[in-house]
Design a protein around this ligand. Structure first.
Ligand code: ZN
Length: 321
């Protein structure tokens, strides 16, 4: 008789434990997995401690060529929500994510953007340029999509998600105004960003800058010698003072440009290191979306003869350009 009672008690306890462990209750944080750190940053800002957010791609990682590891697959299979950019950014991961979407909530957060705001891809006919985070205004729409995805899988948290998203979107609006402001101080004939791959087209579109990528849209393709030659000509003819390197891309082609220009008696400097696909060190200011964009705009404005405070938007930049 006593034994029977304790079995009942135990099974009752087990029921309570399993109810507490479904992942969407207040006790257990929602498990959110993202591809890029930019998306993880948005999810953390919106979810706070209601979610545990993990990014598959760390600093210095190239999303165009990234393939899922065994531990990524285990993490993705357990996730309550998977957020990825889409628009063929995660080209190698895409088949797995599309298949996973049949079993779990998986949202391509950039794919809901209105098509008229998307630029076409130079390398992949019929596809859009995926680097939408380079335009803060466009990224704000992506942040709203992250908020909506969180609400969809965890409706009980809606008020929290909306509150936090409003606060984060206000900070992004401030960033957008700062970025536009400092970039507008660069003399018009100097508004050219030359960098290792075509990640800056949305940036150029938003701020009236000409953008030239030394490589094609994807870092998988090598730049031809003839292309480098014609770019050296452009640097010399237009008197461009600075080119930029990127944290996630090898800079040998950028150096070839500088050497080519020097051979013709035109001095070009490396205007600084820009964040394109990957953000800075986790835990640093540059390891946040706001810090990344602040760094880029401040670096570009200062290198091309514009005016921007060395410390950026809130004097938080570490390696002052
Ligand atoms: Zn890229």
């Amino acid at each position: 008789m006593i034994a029977k009672c304790s079995v009942l008690l135990l099974s009752g306890l087990a029921l309570v434990l399993s109810l507490g462990g479904v992942g969407v209750g207040a006790a257990e944080p929602l498990q959110v997995v993202t591809t890029m750190a930019q998306i993880a940053d948005a999810a953390r800002n919106i979810a706070g401690d209601r979610a545990k957010v993990t990014a598959l791609m760390g600093e210095g990682v190239d999303p165009h060529t990234y393939r899922q590891t065994r531990s990524d697959i285990a993490l993705l299979n357990r996730a309550d929500l998977v957020l990825w950019n889409g628009l063929y950014l995660e080209a190698q991961l895409e088949p797995f994510l599309l298949e996973l979407a049949e079993r779990r909530p998986v949202v391509a957060v950039a794919e809901g953007l209105p098509e008229q705001r998307l630029l076409s891809s130079e390398d992949y006919p019929g596809k859009f340029d995926p680097h939408v985070w380079m335009d803060v205004d466009l990224w704000m729409a992506v942040v709203a999509a992250v908020r909506d995805a969180l609400i969809e899988v965890d409706p009980a948290g809606e008020a929290i998600y909306r509150d936090n998203a409003d606060r984060y979107l206000a900070a992004l609006a401030e960033l957008r105004d700062y970025v536009s402001g400092v970039l507008a101080t660069v003399p018009e004939d100097q508004r050219v960003v030359i960098s290792a791959h075509d990640a800056f087209n949305y940036f150029g579109e938003a701020h009236g800058y000409e953008v030239v990528g030394i490589q094609g849209l994807s870092t998988e393709s090598e730049a031809g010698l003839a292309h480098i030659e014609s770019m050296v000509q452009m640097l010399v003819e237009r008197g461009i003072q600075a080119v930029f390197v990127e944290t996630s891309v090898a800079d040998r082609n950028v150096r070839a440009l500088i050497e080519g220009a020097a051979a013709q008696g035109h001095e070009v400097v490396i205007g600084g290191e820009l964040y394109s696909d990957a953000m800075g060190d986790p835990g640093s200011y540059e390891g946040t979306y706001i810090g990344m964009l602040d760094h880029n705009a401040t670096t570009i404005a200062r290198a091309l003869g514009g005016e921007a405070p060395a410390g950026g938007l809130h004097q938080r930049l570490a390696g002052n350009p």
